[in-house]
Design a protein around this ligand. Structure first.
Ligand SMILES: N[C@@H](CCC(=O)N[C@@H](CS)C(=O)NCC(=O)O)C(=O)O
Length: 203
């Protein structure tokens, strides 16, 4: 296998970018980071949607945070348990990738986007979505160490950034002890790298 020649086009305050950077760091892969928002012409060439993150690895171009996780796991960590090959394990991980792009994106991530970046959305709806998904996740984690297996998988990496930084959007994690314990387990993984913190708004 050729040496990795990896560039991550992202934004350091983006949780989508962070999940890609976190996984690169957990795998110990060398990479360059290029800040690409507001969308640069290079970013638009690599991803016509104009969104970060995009990962390039030599000639390979992979837009989308979850696609990047899948690419890195399959290319550089096959058999490492991040992306199980068995049908039940694979489906369990995919379920959480969907939740990361669905309820986590439209709940805690959007609540943070409203505060940190001034995005406009209906606060009540966004916070109701956050409560629903965090309540579900907390119950799910009550008797589990990780979301989709008895070890960390892409499910945990995809969900971590926006859940851990939910308080920056005014979504407290105080009611969710199992989630807080899970966050501690992710942050204890060798190679963990944090997303820069933004101020937590007063109640
Ligand atoms: N489905 C995409 C969503 C990425 C996304 O929403 N990126 C935001 C930053 S957090 C972005 O690039 N926004 C700029 C834009 O949409 O113009 C992924 O998972 O990578």
């Amino acid at each position: 296998m050729s040496d990795p020649d990896i560039t991550l086009y992202g934004l350091r305050l983006s949780g989508h970018s962070h999940r890609a950077e976190l996984f690169l760091s957990l795998l110990g892969l060398p990479y360059r980071f290029v800040q690409a928002l507001p969308p640069t012409p290079e970013l638009r060439r690599l991803n016509p949607l104009g969104q970060v993150p995009v990962l390039t690895d030599g000639e390979v171009v992979v837009p989308d945070s979850n696609a990047i996780l899948v690419y890195l796991a399959a290319r550089y960590a096959a058999g490492g348990g991040w992306l199980p090959a068995d049908p039940v394990g694979a489906a369990a991980v995919q379920r959480w990738l969907s939740i990361a792009s669905g309820e986590v994106r439209t709940g805690p991530a959007l609540a943070r986007l409203m505060i940190v970046f001034g995005a406009k959305a209906d606060r009540e709806t966004v916070h109701a979505t956050a409560k629903r998904v965090l309540t579900f996740m907390d119950r799910h984690l009550t008797d589990r160490a990780f979301l989709a297996a008895d070890h960390p998988t892409l499910a945990d990496i995809a969900c971590y950034s926006y859940v851990a930084h939910a308080p920056e959007g005014g979504v407290s994690l105080a009611p969710y002890p199992a989630i807080r314990a899970w966050i501690g387990r992710i942050e204890a993984l060798p190679g963990f790298v944090a997303m820069p913190a933004s101020p937590i708004p007063e109640e």
